[in-house]
Design a protein around this ligand. Structure first.
Ligand code: FAD
Ligand code: SF4
Length: 596
């Protein structure tokens, strides 16, 4: 049964009118801005660079591999950039490629044909500079159409990290400021999880938790003795359903989440169109214009304030300007920095909102690579169970530099993982042998494997930066980003510790270690880009105030991950949405008071 309520037809954009707000980008951040502002009665124009995909039929979560002509693989004229290519080459990675279409590594995943309309073709969207595996999605909803759904909160261990270890900057907010907005996000969008009462990973207002399977329970029990926690995946998925949202079903635990980079076709997993944008359209206050790539925030020369957004229609090549009382940039961390830097005027010669010179700097994310695979001997030969009928496996929250002080690195890391039986036995191709014995071994071992990989905080550094490339342009003639960024010693030392403690935890649980890796994956692999327009109290060292409002231009907000002051090690999307909700509430108040 498919749950497919279609949205009302979008209104035509009226470019002669001045909207209350123009929002750029329709992912987690832009979708949230549209939801909050329209529900406060404001007239909003949402500009999205990508297409409005027929997401209701695009995400074929339940299609069997044999129902697809290439078992879900891309056509032979398409190529996904491999780890080796990222390792030995510099961007632009599609340059000189014999393939007609080139995609980021995410398209190399299982069932990639299902997301080829969601991620960008690198041939149209080049970038330059240092190595970086940049995954971009251009469609209504952005990356939320294919995100991994691990939905975590930050705590004061993150917001006040400088006060604890002296590095970087504290955020201009504390957990108490954002907690009510995390609650609103939980209740509006739904999240499944299990309460653990950890000060460094606050609990959400959880719906039914995904279940742990036997290998995961074994590891959880063993970790308790080490004073570490393994908790079921905190999934940005409505496991009990949401009475207020007719576009989303509750999770039926069909297990499709782990099968391909492509979302949930009944929208139990949060995606921005069904979670935020369609309900915003139903208020009658939202106008949506897709295929509209913003390339400049325009300025009123008399006041220096933002006047509107100049954009190109990606299908016709025509240029337009949309006008708003407030401009909300939510194009995702790196694209938002690009847009601010491109928006040069007499009043803002280094890019709008950039009098501090901080736009594009302090870029941070998560380091990945160290991982471990094991086999639980007691589970070999046990009857098969439905273990992948759930939206995710488990999460091991940070345990470093909480009450302890590690000698070689600051900050922390967590592990994501899963164990148990999948629809297709994952290790069959690397199991030796053939014939009946081989098949028996594959079947016997199918439910006994468990694996996990680390996600660690990358420190925010001024010199980690993106800027506008002086020569290279994208398919529409818009100058592209140049990266000047690589991991530092703190990340490398942290990764060594991840690899060591990963082994230590499996050994303590009696899990036989089959493989472990300590190497770092290319910068960008985590798809958690942050920090290029950070918040702060001092306009000289930060771009935005605590309400993600430009210090220089008070009717300009940047509500995505670019505002984050440090990366923490928790996945960022729930925080992006809680902050965007808080800021847009503030903006609606300010507009109401005539303060902009
Ligand atoms: C495979 C995958 C797994 C992930 N797993 C997790 C996870 O488990 N947990 C987690 O917290 N996060 C995860 N993420 C990251 C998560 O998707 C992002 O944090 C989140 O989508 C960021 O929201 P955003 O609105 O800033 O950006 P996006 O979702 O990327 O949306 C930005 C939108 O802006 C549009 N846009 C860009 N430039 C312009 C322009 N110039 N003009 C107009 N529109 C523009 C884009 O087309 C896009 O639609 C994952 C991402 C991927 C791809
Ligand atoms: S397990 Fe749940 S969230 Fe995942 S695809 Fe199935 S219904 Fe959607």
């Amino acid at each position: 049964m498919l749950f497919q309520v279609r949205p009302s037809a979008p209104k035509e954009a009226d470019l002669t009118t001045v909207y209350d707000a123009v929002v750029v980008g329709s992912g987690a951040a832009g979708g949230m801005a549209a939801h909050v502002l329209t529900s406060r009665g404001l007239k909003v124009l949402l500009l999205e660079a990508g297409r409005k995909l027929d997401i209701e039929s695009e995400l074929k979560s339940m299609e069997w591999p044999y129902d697809h002509p290439r078992r879900g693989e891309m056509p032979s004229d398409s190529h996904a950039v491999t780890l080796n290519e990222y390792t030995v080459r510099q961007p632009p990675y599609a340059q000189g490629s014999p393939y007609k279409h080139v995609y980021s590594y995410v398209q190399g995943w299982n069932g990639s044909d299902y997301s080829k309309n969601i991620v960008v073709d690198e041939k149209d969207h080049p970038y330059t500079g240092t190595k970086y595996a940049w995954v971009r999605a251009r469609n209504l909803g952005g990356k939320t159409a294919i995100w991994g759904r691990l939905a975590l909160r930050l705590s004061d261990y993150d917001f006040k990290a400088k006060s604890r270890d002296g590095y970087g900057e504290d955020w201009p907010i504390s957990y108490a400021d954002i907690a009510p907005y995390y609650d609103k996000v939980d209740l509006y969008l739904g999240i499944g999880g299990h309460k653990e009462s950890l000060p460094h990973l606050p609990d959400s207002l959880f719906q039914r938790s995904p279940r742990l399977n036997p290998s995961e329970v074994l590891l959880r029990q063993s970790l308790k003795k080490m004073n570490r926690v393994l908790t079921p995946y905190r999934a940005g998925v409505t496991t009990d359903g949401l009475k207020h949202n007719k576009y989303r079903s509750r999770c039926y635990g069909r297990g499709a989440c782990n099968r391909r980079a492509g979302g949930c076709d009944i929208h139990a997993a949060f995606d921005s169109p069904t979670g935020l944008i369609y309900p915003a359209m139903d208020t009658g206050n939202l106008t949506l214009r897709t295929n509209s790539t913003a390339y400049e925030v325009t300025v009123d020369p008399a006041t220096g304030k933002a006047r509107g957004v100049a954009f190109v229609d990606t299908e016709t090549g025509q240029h337009y300007e949309a006008k708003g009382k407030a401009i909300i940039v939510a194009a995702s961390t790196l694209e938002s920095a690009r847009l601010l830097l491109l928006s040069k005027s007499k009043a803002h010669p280094d890019g709008i909102g950039n009098s501090s010179g901080q736009v594009g700097h302090n870029f941070c994310e998560h380091v990945m690579g160290p991982s471990i695979l094991g086999r639980v001997k007691d589970l070999v030969g046990k009857p098969r169970t439905l273990d992948d009928g759930r939206p995710g496996g488990f999460y091991i929250p940070r345990y470093r530099n909480l009450d302890d002080r590690q000698p070689k690195f600051i900050r922390g890391y967590g592990f994501e993982g899963s164990g148990g039986t999948g629809m297709v036995p994952g290790r069959a191709s690397s199991t030796p042998g053939f014939g009946a014995d081989f098949k028996k071994t594959v079947r016997d071992e199918a439910g006994a494997f468990i694996h996990m990989g680390g996600f660690g905080e990358v420190l925010s550094r001024y010199e980690s930066a993106v800027s506008i490339d002086p020569a290279v342009k994208d398919r529409w003639g818009i100058p592209v980003l140049r990266f000047d960024y690589s991991f530092g010693d703190n990340e490398k030392q942290m990764a060594l510790d991840m690899a060591a403690t990963g082994r230590e935890m499996f050994e303590a649980a009696g899990i036989e270690i089959l493989a472990s890796d300590a190497d770092l994956l290319t910068e960008g692999w985590s798809i958690h880009e942050l920090g290029t327009a950070r918040m702060g109290s001092d306009p000289k060292t930060s771009v935005l105030n605590q309400f993600q409002q430009s210090h220089d231009v008070k009717n300009l907000l940047v509500v995505d991950g670019s505002s984050h002051v440090s990366a923490s090690c928790q996945n960022p999307t729930w925080t992006i949405m809680a902050l965007a909700w808080r800021s847009c509430d503030h903006l609606a108040d300010e507009l109401g008071r005539g303060n902009l």
